[in-house]
Design a protein around this ligand. Sequence first.
Ligand SMILES: NC(=O)c1ccc[n+]([C@@H]2O[C@H](COP(=O)([O-])OP(=O)(O)OC[C@H]3O[C@@H](n4cnc5c(N)ncnc54)[C@H](O)[C@@H]3O)[C@@H](O)[C@H]2O)c1
Length: 253
Amino acid sequence: MGRLSGKVALVTGGALGIGAACVTRMIEAGAKVAIVDLHDGTGQALARQHGGNARYFHADVSVEAEVAAAIAGTVEAFGRLDVLVNNAGITGPNKPTHELTEAEWDRVQAVNVKSVFFGTKHAIAPLRAAGGGSIINLSSIYGLVGAPDLPPYHASKGAVRLMSKTDALLYAADRIRVNSIHPGFIWTPMVEQHIASMGGDPEQHRRDTGALHPLGHMGDADDIAWGVVYLACDESKFVTGSELVIDGGYTCR
Ligand SMILES: NC(=O)c1ccc[n+]([C@@H]2O[C@H](COP(=O)([O-])OP(=O)(O)OC[C@H]3O[C@@H](n4cnc5c(N)ncnc54)[C@H](O)[C@@H]3O)[C@@H](O)[C@H]2O)c1
């Protein structure tokens, strides 16, 4: 028996990066997993790789009807929902606050914050029907501490941290646990693009970014996926409203 045998999970942004690692590690632990993303080719290929244990659903997480349809499709395909991983996110433009447009601000909040609202809203009924479950929201070290860049992104991750605590309180009586995860820098397409946008030598930027972590390097997507497996499974049955920090010591200082 795997730690997630019999459970059905949905991972937004599951085609690439941290989301894809969560899909693979949860399936290895015995779950059936719905992959929700916009990258259809990559998401479908990942689903095929896992045979009948995965299904791909195209949805933009900033559009409520698409999120609702993906959750309904997951329940139809696998019969239930036990775990929701609100993982999809974007960094948005790297500009100081006074140069940002309203549209740039709104897009980051739509993808990073409204998505968590939509996912949670439409997951509550199937999670209640399953007798409880686990919602895992991807925040960031930048939901805990500040940095002098990416203002809309950091605001969005602070919001996700507190939304997790509110929903933990609201749904505890339904045995639905809600926790946030706070990764340090993890080597994924998101960070690769962020580093490329800085100009200069990307290898040097990679080393410098790694050195921000007391452990001396960036994390891997699996470092986060193992935390997701823990929060998804019954070993964490007494854990709700918590902040799981997986950051190589970044926020210790
Ligand atoms: N990589 C890091 O260093 C890091 C650190 C802290 C927090 N996080 C958070 O972890 C999560 C995953 O990050 P990642 O590094 O794997 O990112 P990534 O860019 O590598 O992958 C994100 C995935 O989300 C999907 N996605 C983006 N917008 C979407 C939308 N509107 N609808 C549906 N899918 C969408 C993308 O297609 C992609 O598959 C994000 O919420 C991110 O903010 C990442």
